[in-house]
Unconditional design. Structure first.
Ligand SMILES: C[S@@+](CC[C@H](N)C(=O)[O-])C[C@H]1O[C@@H](n2cnc3c(N)ncnc32)[C@H](O)[C@@H]1O
Length: 303
């Protein structure tokens, strides 16, 4: 390795980029087409510099070796877009809270099934799963303001009324995102979409920041899952996978939607991002569109 070459970017040929494009696609489903290939080139240059490697093939050998697993993870992390926020896409979350949750709570209560499991797939730094947990707690509180609780409410009032068991599974393939999410510590800029009643109910103040209250945090379980994997968490009532599939190509989107179908309980719902849709990708879901928001419900096949 020479130090002079480390100062200038190592030129990558089209063939070398193609090799990386294929490797990244195989590992995580992200597809860098013509429009985004410059981003892949830029991020690989950065990793080469960080690893102080001055040949593409040296780097490629590392990525595909057993010892190179952590570098492969670092490269993939550098390629992902982590943009997120609390209560992102409000009309969709309103549809989730006011219509879908209400329907699921009624349906489950009727058969005395007190479990609710919602999965945030591609949770980034945690704002999405914590938003979902807050919306669920509020929805349950409001539901039992109008309906009798099946057992007596303990004192002090817990966030989730018994006998309900709420689980929000939050997964990502970015370890750094998961660490931040697990900490649940957010600054004023992050908190901008969170109104003061929510801040009071679900956050504590810590110096200049806000930290998620332990009772809310205990409802969220963080885990590493690469959505490219064949086996993904099952028995979910609702899956949120928003702003993740846009980075996949069509065959990979179709495969993922098929996996989500099997990861949902009967009549479960899939929420995708505002700019995403299941149109032309699956005929196993029916579209529910209400008040400018969309979700997809699993269609049950007879027999
Ligand atoms: C733009 S963020 C979306 C965060 C959140 N869902 C939202 O809509 O605000 C995309 C996230 O998807 C994750 N991601 C991308 N490909 C993935 C994969 N194959 N498996 C798991 N997570 C993935 C990224 O690490 C990133 O945190």
């Amino acid at each position: 390795m020479s130090t002079t070459t480390l100062l200038t970017p190592i030129p990558l040929t089209d063939a070398e980029l193609k090799l990386l494009q294929t490797l990244v696609y195989q590992e995580c489903g992200m597809f860098f087409d013509e429009r985004r290939i410059h981003f892949l080139r830029d991020r690989v240059q950065r990793r080469l510099k960080a690893c102080q490697i001055d040949s593409f093939y040296g780097y490629y050998r590392l990525l595909t070796s057993r010892e190179g697993k952590s570098e492969l993870i670092a490269l993939l992390e550098n390629l992902t877009v982590n943009e997120t926020s609390f209560f992102r896409a409000k009309p969709q979350l309103e549809l989730f809270q006011k219509t879908i949750l209400e329907e699921i709570l009624q349906r489950k209560q009727a058969r005395r099934d007190w479990s609710l499991r919602v999965w945030s797939a591609g949770c980034s730094t945690g704002q999405e799963p914590y938003s979902l947990a807050m919306l669920i707690c509020d929805a349950l509180a409001y539901y039992y303001l109008r309906n009798p609780l099946p057992i007596e409410m303990p004192s002090p009032k817990p966030m989730v009324p018994p006998p309900w068991k709420v689980e929000v599974l939050a997964s990502d393939m970015s370890y750094s995102g998961l660490v931040t999410a697990q900490q649940g510590l957010y600054n004023e800029a992050h908190m901008e979409p969170v109104d003061y009643t929510c801040r009071l109910r679900y956050f504590d103040r810590l110096a200049e920041k806000y930290v998620v209250k332990p009772a809310l945090k205990s409802l969220v379980q963080f885990d590493f899952h690469n959505l490219k994997a064949d086996f993904l968490p099952r028995r979910n009532d609702i899956i949120f996978c928003r702003n993740v599939m846009i980075y996949f190509d069509e065959p990979e989107q179709k495969r993922l939607i098929e996996k989500f179908y099997h990861c949902l309980n009967p009549e479960g719902y899939l929420f995708v991002g505002h700019a995403e849709s299941l149109f032309g990708l699956s005929n196993k879901f029916r579209m529910v569109h209400l008040n400018n928001a969309t979700t997809y419900q699993r269609i049950e096949v007879a027999g």
